[in-house]
Ligand binder design. Structure first.
Ligand code: GLC
Length: 787
């Protein structure tokens, strides 16, 4: 039970870590319950307790007036009613639902949230909810020494954010990203907390500049905002996976990406002419390096005017797009929000005429400088503006473009604050707000508009949208790349926890610029980075105008050979990756995972950030330091099999493994399956084979459900998919397998089964029928599977 002390309401006693005076939220003056919402009035404000569903409770507090239950656009899930039982006691109220119990202390107001077994999830003591005279709000929660924190979206530094203070303010951060670089392009005010193997999550639904402090007070962590309400959701878990599923029930899940967008992307700031693009694609073909996408950076435009092509550099954009598409290569052009101020430019004219641009309260359009020079910025908080911009995507979709790259959408502005004047007003569909309040939503709303417009325009084909900026829920619209990194080993290292934390924050489709954006890569760095890229959800090599070129062949044959082999490996692994993307779509779980997600009780995983998992049974342990041919790999409980040579490793231990330049250490859990395919030129090429690898484990039973669909339309939403579940029972040298498929999609794949670790396997049955097998020299058994 909460300790009772009135310390918190001593005027002037409470200070934040800057020494500013804080006022406590105060005491309960009255309580009422309406539509299962418990609300209490304080002297000056209101606190409401509501339940999004059985596993998610929402606390909304406005110290200055009535609490509003409006949400940010991050929140989309349908709430489900719960049954409430409220018991008043002397000191407070017990508010009980089937899975969540809330204790609300009356004076001063303190909130404790427990699960039905009495496990304390969050609690407040001396410190609880507070505010400053200037409108800032803050909420403290007790922290224990054994608490770990993950998520927070796109942040540099380590995987485990215990000991960090982080701010959320979308920022075009060109200075090198360092562990202490705080604000990057995305704001996802959500985290997962792990204590003694049990997890819960907290999402702060506040779009203002927010700060999470897991550092400055040894007994409390806090989340604070420059304005707005204290409005947060607590997800009860208790597994980390359940927390992510609960969080993405609230903020939505990613659609399944078009398969081509999971292939290899090549980019450069910029491929400047159509001829350069043609030569690039030709070189990939000649060298036999797979390629699905070429990105066009800002030089394709006429004076950086969005929705134009430069007539000299790209005289035949449509022809180029079609020609490459026939060869299986998609073009993805960059589209920034800044619209050049130019009275002779149709988009600018339309924007002014129709009142689509962000303005000051006095009515003058806000202008800021970006690539095209002085520009105006569409007010994407307005639905009519999103529709206009969405419709404008036709400029691209009409010539066959299916992917759009949204950049500079923090929005970035070339001035001291790096962004739009915070006093600009957004229309916000009749509820006007300053940019100070809605800044963090600008990229989210732009990307939403791009995605929704493209989706309409593509008539059934899945759009691909890539964004730099975003807010919680961005996974519904786009993949995220992690912005302007550098060709530093440190940035390769930093990218692993960053992408893993994005995944834990509901964003499964992300990746860094492979090879590093600015500064100069070298052969070794590009090779090692490409090896990692094979297993990061988004796989794009991109580099800056001033950096040395870094296409796969840029550093000589020795490196090219290895890089090409690894890009081919990506294509072999696509069926497995695709299955993981289906999982992400269904339950919100990330594709690229930290080990702590799968092994939360193993303390060796709590800070492990230089290796990662693909799904739940594959460990990738890349080399991310120069001139390194060995590395330590931690393998959790169980036994693990080296993907390359089938050597067996015992788990629960660290191993020193050899990893010369051409080797990316990959381990598969014994007693599991992976499903791979053929390597190919790109995803357009015929894709007939599936190689089902079963890692035999004597005495064990295990299963894996593999997913297929057409890879390009939304027909999967109508049941046009195929799920094939492989089940293995391994007993006394007999492998008994069942293969069971369901769904309306006929995948027509020829499936071959490979049985690894099969030294003692004598018989193989598939769906009760004994099957002949052949045995390779390495002891792998091969069986043909027909449905
Ligand atoms: C920004 C982007 C980068 C792009 C450049 C030019 O710096 O982050 O990826 O290449 O702008 O458009």
């Amino acid at each position: 039970m909460l300790q009772d002390t009135s310390f918190a309401i001593h005027p002037g006693k409470l200070k934040d870590n800057k020494g500013d005076e804080l006022f406590d939220i105060g005491s309960v003056e009255s309580l009422s319950v309406q539509n299962d919402i418990v609300s209490v009035k304080t002297k000056t404000g209101e606190v409401a307790i509501s339940f999004f569903n059985a596993h998610t409770v929402r606390i909304t507090a406005n110290p200055f007036g009535a609490a509003t239950l409006k949400t940010s656009p991050a929140v989309v899930g349908q709430s489900k009613p719960v049954e409430l039982q409220i018991v008043e006691e002397d000191m407070g109220y017990q508010i009980k639902t089937e899975h969540i119990h809330v204790y609300l202390r009356k004076s001063p107001i303190r909130i404790q949230i427990m699960d039905a077994n009495g496990r304390v999830i969050v609690t407040e003591q001396e410190k609880g909810m507070a505010y400053k005279a200037n409108g800032e709000v803050i909420c403290y929660k007790k922290m224990e020494s054994k608490d770990h924190f993950y998520g927070f979206g796109e942040k540099p530094g380590g995987l485990n954010k215990r000991g960090d203070r982080m701010e959320m303010w979308n920022t075009d951060m060109y200075a090198p990203h360092n562990p202490e670089t705080d604000t990057l392009y995305q704001s996802i005010p959500f985290f997962v907390s792990l204590r003694d193997g049990a997890a819960h999550g907290l999402y702060f639904d506040n779009t203002w500049r927010t700060a999470f402090d897991m550092k400055n007070d040894p007994e409390y962590y806090s989340f604070a905002s420059a304005g707005g309400q204290i409005d947060y959701y607590v997800f009860v878990g208790p597994a980390i996976k359940e927390v992510i599923t609960q969080y993405t029930t609230l903020t939505g899940r990613a659609p399944i990406p078009p398969k081509w967008s999971l292939g290899y992307h090549q980019s450069r700031y910029s491929y400047e002419t159509a001829e350069e693009v043609r030569t690039l694609v030709k070189t990939f073909k000649e060298k036999g390096i797979p390629l699905d996408v070429v990105h066009l950076d800002i030089h394709y435009m006429d004076g950086y005017r969005v929705f134009t092509f430069d007539g000299n550099r790209f005289p035949d954009a449509k022809e180029l797009v079609q020609e490459l598409k026939e060869q299986g290569v998609h073009i993805v052009p960059i589209v920034d929000p800044g619209v050049k101020v130019d009275p002779e430019y149709a988009i600018y004219q339309e924007g002014v005429r129709e009142d689509y641009f962000c303005k000051y309260i006095e009515g003058n359009i806000y202008n800021g400088e970006v690539w095209p020079g002085v520009s105006a910025f569409p007010d994407f908080t307005e639905e009519r503006v999103r529709e206009w911009w969405g419709e404008k995507q036709r400029f691209y979709s009409d010539i066959g473009i299916e992917g759009i790259w949204n950049d500079m959408n923090e929005p970035a502005v070339f001035n001291e604050t790096k962004t739009m004047d915070v006093n600009v007003i957004h229309g916000n569909d009749g509820d006007p707000k300053t940019h100070r309040e809605l800044h963090n939503l600008y990229g989210f709303r732009m990307t939403q508009s791009t995605y929704e417009g493209q989706k309409k325009n593509l008539q059934g084909n899945r759009p691909f949208v890539l964004t730099r900026a975003g807010f919680a829920g961005i996974q519904r619209y786009a993949a995220v790349w992690t912005g302007d990194n550098r060709s530093f080993w440190e940035h390769l290292q930093l990218s692993l926890p960053m992408v893993m934390n994005l995944g834990l924050s509901g964003v499964p489709f992300s990746g860094p610029d492979v090879g590093g954006f600015d500064f100069h890569a070298n052969g070794e760095l590009l090779t090692r980075w490409t090896q990692v890229g094979v297993f990061t959800p988004f796989f794009r090599n991109h580099s800056a105008i001033s950096a040395d070129r870094q296409e796969p062949w840029s550093f000589g044959e020795e490196y090219e050979k290895i890089i090409a082999a690894y890009i081919r490996l990506r294509y072999q692994w696509l069926p497995q990756l695709y299955t993981m993307f289906r999982e992400a779509h269904e339950d919100g779980l990330p594709v690229m995972r930290p080990l702590v997600l799968e092994y939360p009780e193993d303390s060796n995983t709590h800070h492990l950030q230089d290796q990662f998992m693909l799904g739940s049974n594959v460990i990738v342990a890349p080399v991310i330091t120069p001139k390194t041919e060995h590395r330590v790999v931690y393998l959790p409980e169980g036994e693990w099999v080296d993907y390359w040579n089938n050597d067996l490793y015992t788990g629960g231990q660290h191993h020193l493994v050899k990893a010369p330049l051409d080797k990316l250490p990959i381990f598969i859990k014994k007693g599991s399956f992976i499903v791979l395919g053929d390597t190919k030129e790109n995803t357009k090429e015929k894709d007939d084979n599936r190689y089902v690898h079963c890692y035999y484990d004597e005495g064990k039973s295990f299963a894996f459900t593999h997913y297929e669909d057409d890879g390009k339309t939304f027909s999967y939403e109508q049941g046009e998919w195929r799920k094939t579940t492989f089940t293995a029972h391994c007993e006394a040298g007999v492998l008994n397998m069942t293969v069971e498929s369901n769904g309306d999609y006929q995948d027509g794949k020829k499936k071959t089964l490979f049985i690894h670790q099969a030294n003692y396997v004598e018989k193989v049955f598939v769906n009760d029928k004994q099957i002949d097998f052949t045995q390779s020299e390495e002891g792998i058994l091969t069986v043909s599977l027909s449905e």
